[in-house]
Design a protein. Structure first.
Length: 168
Protein backbone atom coordinates (compact mmCIF):
# COMPACT_ATOMS: atom_id res chain seq x y z
CA UNK A 1 0.00 0.00 0.00
CA UNK A 2 1.46 3.36 -0.96
CA UNK A 3 1.04 5.98 1.73
CA UNK A 4 0.62 9.45 0.31
CA UNK A 5 1.11 12.31 2.73
CA UNK A 6 0.19 15.93 1.97
CA UNK A 7 -0.36 18.76 4.37
CA UNK A 8 -1.78 22.21 3.81
CA UNK A 9 -2.05 25.19 6.17
CA UNK A 10 -4.59 27.98 5.55
CA UNK A 11 -5.24 31.11 7.58
CA UNK A 12 -8.87 31.90 8.32
CA UNK A 13 -10.03 35.48 7.99
CA UNK A 14 -10.90 36.93 11.41
CA UNK A 15 -14.36 38.40 11.83
CA UNK A 16 -14.91 42.15 12.16
CA UNK A 17 -16.58 41.61 15.53
CA UNK A 18 -13.59 39.61 16.79
CA UNK A 19 -11.15 42.32 15.70
CA UNK A 20 -13.31 44.96 17.39
CA UNK A 21 -13.45 43.10 20.72
CA UNK A 22 -9.71 42.42 20.64
CA UNK A 23 -8.86 46.12 20.15
CA UNK A 24 -11.50 47.20 22.68
CA UNK A 25 -10.19 44.85 25.37
CA UNK A 26 -6.57 45.88 24.77
CA UNK A 27 -7.49 49.58 25.05
CA UNK A 28 -9.51 48.91 28.21
CA UNK A 29 -6.59 46.96 29.70
CA UNK A 30 -4.21 49.87 29.09
CA UNK A 31 -6.68 52.42 30.49
CA UNK A 32 -7.48 50.39 33.60
CA UNK A 33 -3.77 49.74 34.18
CA UNK A 34 -3.15 53.50 34.11
CA UNK A 35 -6.05 54.01 36.53
CA UNK A 36 -4.55 51.36 38.82
CA UNK A 37 -1.16 53.09 38.74
CA UNK A 38 -2.78 56.40 39.73
CA UNK A 39 -5.33 55.06 42.25
CA UNK A 40 -3.60 51.84 43.34
CA UNK A 41 -2.69 53.09 46.78
CA UNK A 42 -6.22 54.41 47.47
CA UNK A 43 -8.23 51.46 46.05
CA UNK A 44 -6.02 48.31 46.08
CA UNK A 45 -8.67 45.86 44.75
CA UNK A 46 -8.91 47.82 41.46
CA UNK A 47 -6.16 45.51 40.05
CA UNK A 48 -8.89 42.96 39.29
CA UNK A 49 -10.31 45.02 36.39
CA UNK A 50 -7.11 45.26 34.23
CA UNK A 51 -6.33 41.61 34.92
CA UNK A 52 -9.80 40.54 33.73
CA UNK A 53 -9.70 42.73 30.61
CA UNK A 54 -6.17 41.49 29.82
CA UNK A 55 -7.30 37.87 30.16
CA UNK A 56 -10.30 38.63 27.96
CA UNK A 57 -8.02 40.15 25.29
CA UNK A 58 -5.81 37.04 25.41
CA UNK A 59 -8.72 34.64 24.89
CA UNK A 60 -10.34 36.74 22.17
CA UNK A 61 -6.98 36.77 20.37
CA UNK A 62 -6.72 32.97 20.70
CA UNK A 63 -10.10 32.41 19.06
CA UNK A 64 -9.82 35.05 16.32
CA UNK A 65 -6.30 34.23 15.09
CA UNK A 66 -7.13 30.86 13.52
CA UNK A 67 -5.38 28.64 11.02
CA UNK A 68 -6.60 25.30 9.70
CA UNK A 69 -4.20 22.51 8.85
CA UNK A 70 -5.32 19.73 6.53
CA UNK A 71 -3.39 16.46 6.65
CA UNK A 72 -4.06 13.81 4.04
CA UNK A 73 -2.64 10.35 4.65
CA UNK A 74 -3.84 7.08 3.15
CA UNK A 75 -7.45 7.98 2.23
CA UNK A 76 -7.99 9.99 5.40
CA UNK A 77 -8.30 13.77 5.77
CA UNK A 78 -7.56 15.22 9.20
CA UNK A 79 -8.45 18.82 10.04
CA UNK A 80 -6.61 20.57 12.89
CA UNK A 81 -7.31 24.04 14.24
CA UNK A 82 -4.27 26.12 15.22
CA UNK A 83 -5.15 28.98 17.55
CA UNK A 84 -2.79 31.99 17.67
CA UNK A 85 0.09 29.79 16.43
CA UNK A 86 0.44 28.33 19.90
CA UNK A 87 -2.34 25.81 20.54
CA UNK A 88 -3.38 22.97 18.25
CA UNK A 89 -6.66 21.09 18.43
CA UNK A 90 -7.84 18.15 16.33
CA UNK A 91 -11.20 19.15 14.89
CA UNK A 92 -12.25 16.25 12.68
CA UNK A 93 -11.16 13.18 10.73
CA UNK A 94 -12.83 12.32 7.42
CA UNK A 95 -12.43 9.06 5.49
CA UNK A 96 -12.60 9.35 1.72
CA UNK A 97 -14.61 6.12 1.55
CA UNK A 98 -17.51 7.88 3.31
CA UNK A 99 -17.26 11.06 1.24
CA UNK A 100 -19.95 11.60 -1.39
CA UNK A 101 -18.35 14.38 -3.46
CA UNK A 102 -15.59 16.99 -3.32
CA UNK A 103 -15.76 19.81 -5.87
CA UNK A 104 -15.10 23.56 -6.18
CA UNK A 105 -17.70 25.65 -4.41
CA UNK A 106 -19.23 26.95 -7.66
CA UNK A 107 -18.96 23.72 -9.62
CA UNK A 108 -21.82 22.33 -11.68
CA UNK A 109 -21.07 18.93 -10.11
CA UNK A 110 -22.70 20.19 -6.91
CA UNK A 111 -26.04 21.04 -8.57
CA UNK A 112 -27.65 17.81 -7.34
CA UNK A 113 -26.69 18.67 -3.75
CA UNK A 114 -27.99 22.28 -3.64
CA UNK A 115 -31.38 21.48 -2.08
CA UNK A 116 -30.06 19.03 0.48
CA UNK A 117 -30.47 19.89 4.15
CA UNK A 118 -26.97 19.44 5.49
CA UNK A 119 -25.13 20.81 8.48
CA UNK A 120 -22.50 23.24 7.15
CA UNK A 121 -19.02 23.31 8.68
CA UNK A 122 -16.52 25.90 7.43
CA UNK A 123 -12.79 25.09 7.70
CA UNK A 124 -11.84 27.42 4.85
CA UNK A 125 -10.25 30.83 4.62
CA UNK A 126 -13.67 32.33 5.27
CA UNK A 127 -13.88 34.67 2.30
CA UNK A 128 -14.46 34.53 -1.42
CA UNK A 129 -11.36 35.42 -3.41
CA UNK A 130 -10.91 35.80 -7.14
CA UNK A 131 -10.55 33.03 -8.29
CA UNK A 132 -12.41 31.19 -5.56
CA UNK A 133 -10.28 28.19 -4.52
CA UNK A 134 -12.65 26.85 -1.85
CA UNK A 135 -14.01 23.33 -2.17
CA UNK A 136 -17.19 21.75 -0.81
CA UNK A 137 -17.24 18.19 0.48
CA UNK A 138 -20.49 16.39 1.14
CA UNK A 139 -19.85 13.74 3.73
CA UNK A 140 -21.95 10.77 4.72
CA UNK A 141 -24.37 11.64 7.48
CA UNK A 142 -25.55 15.01 6.19
CA UNK A 143 -22.44 17.18 6.49
CA UNK A 144 -21.40 19.93 4.10
CA UNK A 145 -17.76 20.81 4.73
CA UNK A 146 -16.09 23.84 3.15
CA UNK A 147 -12.31 23.57 2.71
CA UNK A 148 -9.48 25.52 1.08
CA UNK A 149 -7.01 22.77 0.12
CA UNK A 150 -3.94 23.25 -2.03
CA UNK A 151 -3.83 22.07 -5.63
CA UNK A 152 -1.34 19.37 -4.67
CA UNK A 153 -3.74 17.96 -2.07
CA UNK A 154 -6.62 17.89 -4.56
CA UNK A 155 -4.42 16.14 -7.11
CA UNK A 156 -3.34 13.45 -4.63
CA UNK A 157 -6.88 12.93 -3.34
CA UNK A 158 -8.20 12.74 -6.89
CA UNK A 159 -5.72 9.94 -7.69
CA UNK A 160 -7.31 7.80 -4.97
CA UNK A 161 -10.98 8.67 -5.68
CA UNK A 162 -11.32 9.98 -9.23
CA UNK A 163 -15.12 9.55 -9.43
CA UNK A 164 -15.81 11.50 -6.25
CA UNK A 165 -13.34 14.38 -6.53
CA UNK A 166 -13.56 17.07 -9.19
CA UNK A 167 -11.19 19.94 -9.88
CA UNK A 168 -13.13 21.50 -12.80
Amino acid sequence: MSDTYVECLVKAKPSILGKFFKVLLIVLTVLFTLVFIVLGTVIPFIIIVPVLTGAGAYFVNMYTDLEYEYLYLDRELVVDKVMAKSKRKRVATYHLDQMEILAPIKSYHLDNYKNRNAKEIDYSIGEELKPDRRFVMYYEGGLKIILSPSEEMIKVMRNTSPRKIFAD
